[in-house]
Design a protein around this ligand. Structure first.
Ligand SMILES: C[S@@+](CC[C@H](N)C(=O)[O-])C[C@H]1O[C@@H](n2cnc3c(N)ncnc32)[C@H](O)[C@@H]1O
Length: 299
């Protein structure tokens, strides 16, 4: 079968689980992975035939996609902040909203003129000037993107899931980005003491109340790790409260906290931090116009 026709046929089949636009986008991702060609080369080689091996692989991929398994898990890759990350069902698939959180941090720190962006020249003093902690690191996407953009910062990522930490460490080593990933149950005050004092804390914690589960798309609920997604209906701010407790002890004066939030929890999260004595509280919308990020500082 020719590549172009096979891609069209896959898109058609995927309309059983996705809308037409998504089906075409997923089919293109599959064919990029299958052929090793980017989308413009793929278009130029529409008439090239698939090898027997490619046909077999395509059949296996199609079967998994039709069971609503996210394409990122099927292909074991997701793009985040220009990095190709390994992902599997142990970790949340990194989302574009989270890239916006990373951009907010980087642009703030640039504006502060901090000496963290350039690699120290050979032989120069490699003293790291800024300590950053990513809570609930999952694939390591936030921590790795920050360390890549700010080579002279010292970056930690923590997670309760050993499987997620394996993925994060694998990404760090494949990309050759040095982040210290640690296994910590952040909800335990005792385990929080294993973590360093920092200047910047960032987190995209679990924040979806369990009651929302029934209205979510099958490919999220059936496949993505529930420890990454859900919080109890009666305590949706659980992780933000734990972050505030940690920051009271371990965030340096002048330190800043950046959080991803549920679109309906903007007022509650900002109030929690105001009440805990934090300043410069700012709620920001994502590109979809939904309340999605909060920044607060410790004075
Ligand atoms: C919403 S995911 C975010 C993953 C990644 N930072 C991202 O933005 O794609 C939340 C992460 O928090 C982790 N997590 C859940 N409970 C935790 C706990 N008690 N302590 C530390 N991490 C936890 C999950 O394993 C998951 O990796």
């Amino acid at each position: 079968m020719k590549t172009g026709a096979a891609e069209k046929e896959l898109a058609r089949q995927l309309e059983a689980v996705y809308d037409a636009g998504e089906s075409a986008a997923v089919a293109t991702l599959v064919f990029e992975a299958l052929t090793g060609l980017d989308r413009s080369r793929l278009r130029l080689q529409r008439e090239t035939g698939l090898t027997d091996e490619q046909v077999l692989r395509l059949e296996a991929i199609t079967r998994r996609l039709l069971q609503e398994e996210p394409v990122q898990y099927v292909l074991n890759e997701a793009w985040f902040a220009g990095m190709r990350l390994y992902v599997d069902p142990a970790v949340l698939i990194p989302r574009p909203e989270t890239e916006e959180l990373v951009e907010w941090i980087v642009s703030d720190l640039r504006a502060r003129g901090l000496d963290v962006f350039d690699k120290a020249p050979n032989g120069a003093d490699r003293t790291e000037v800024l300590k950053v902690l990513d809570v609930g690191t999952g694939s390591g996407c936030i921590a790795l993107a920050l360390k890549q953009r700010m080579p002279r910062a010292e970056v930690w990522g923590c997670d309760v899931s050993d499987e997620a930490l394996n993925v994060a460490r694998r990404n760090g080593s494949t990309l050759d980005i040095r982040v210290d990933f640690q296994g910590v149950d952040f909800l335990s005050d005792a385990q929080q003491t294993l973590l360093p004092s920092v200047d910047v804390l960032v987190s995209n914690p679990p924040y979806i109340p369990l009651k929302d589960r029934s209205s979510m798309h099958g490919n999220v609920v059936q496949w993505e790790p529930h420890t990454a997604l859900f919080v109890p209906d009666n305590d949706p701010l659980l992780f933000y409260a734990a972050i505030a407790r940690f920051c009271n002890r371990r965030l340096h004066t002048g330190g800043v906290v950046y959080l991803e939030i549920h679109e309906e929890l903007g007022a509650a999260v900002t109030e929690l931090f105001r009440h805990a004595g934090y300043a410069n509280v700012e709620l920001r919308k994502d590109l979809q116009g939904k309340d999605r990020m909060v920044r607060v500082s410790r004075i």
